[in-house]
Write a protein that binds this ligand. Structure first.
Ligand SMILES: CC(C)(COP(=O)(O)OP(=O)(O)OC[C@H]1O[C@@H](n2cnc3c(N)ncnc32)[C@H](O)[C@@H]1OP(=O)(O)O)[C@@H](O)C(=O)NCCC(=O)NCCS
Length: 127
């Protein structure tokens, strides 16, 4: 893994075994030029992967809840976002379980490794 992505990665452990990882990428919010400094580092883009052997027990939900707590309480961010392919039911169900709001639906926005352009959904949550 390259150092830049490692710096944004948190691991999910279950009894000492790594069962997944989370991404936390702090970003600047869009702002008008005169005020752009105040929008620096105001939001985070989040991501998650769980080993399939450990799916279906709520571990990702627990980890993402803690990730969101960390963003708002420890880092003081004002907004978190995450995206998924529209057909990634496990991922958007997870986002809705942790209280994130579906904010965008984009048609054929992102390229899947199959070579197909797929619809995506964007979720967000304010502190
Ligand atoms: C997205 C992903 C992390 C979700 O994993 P998951 O196993 O569904 O999520 P959880 O570990 O939170 O488990 C939740 C499931 O367990 C069930 N569950 C059982 N016990 C539970 C508990 N104590 N608490 C919460 N959920 C529980 C839930 O009902 C839910 O199942 P359902 O969606 O059928 O209702 C996983 O599918 C994954 O890694 N996918 C591949 C990578 C990926 O697509 N990442 C996202 C890219 S945008």
């Amino acid at each position: 893994m390259d150092p830049a992505s490692l710096a944004k990665t948190l691991i999910v452990e279950l009894e000492g075994e790594v069962i997944g990882d989370l991404m936390l990428a702090v970003e600047d919010a869009w702002a008008q030029t005169e005020i752009a400094q105040q929008a620096q580092g105001a939001l985070a883009d989040l991501g998650w992967v769980l080993h399939p052997d450990h799916a279906g027990h709520g571990y990702a939900t627990e980890a993402v809840r803690e990730l969101i707590r960390l963003c708002f309480e420890d880092l003081g961010l004002r907004r978190v976002t995450a995206n998924c392919f529209a057909d990634n039911t496990a991922s958007w169900r997870l986002m809705e379980r942790v209280g994130m709001r579906r904010e965008t639906y984009a048609v054929k926005e992102s390229l899947h490794r199959s070579g197909e352009w797929l619809d995506t959904m964007g979720y967000g949550l304010l502190a």
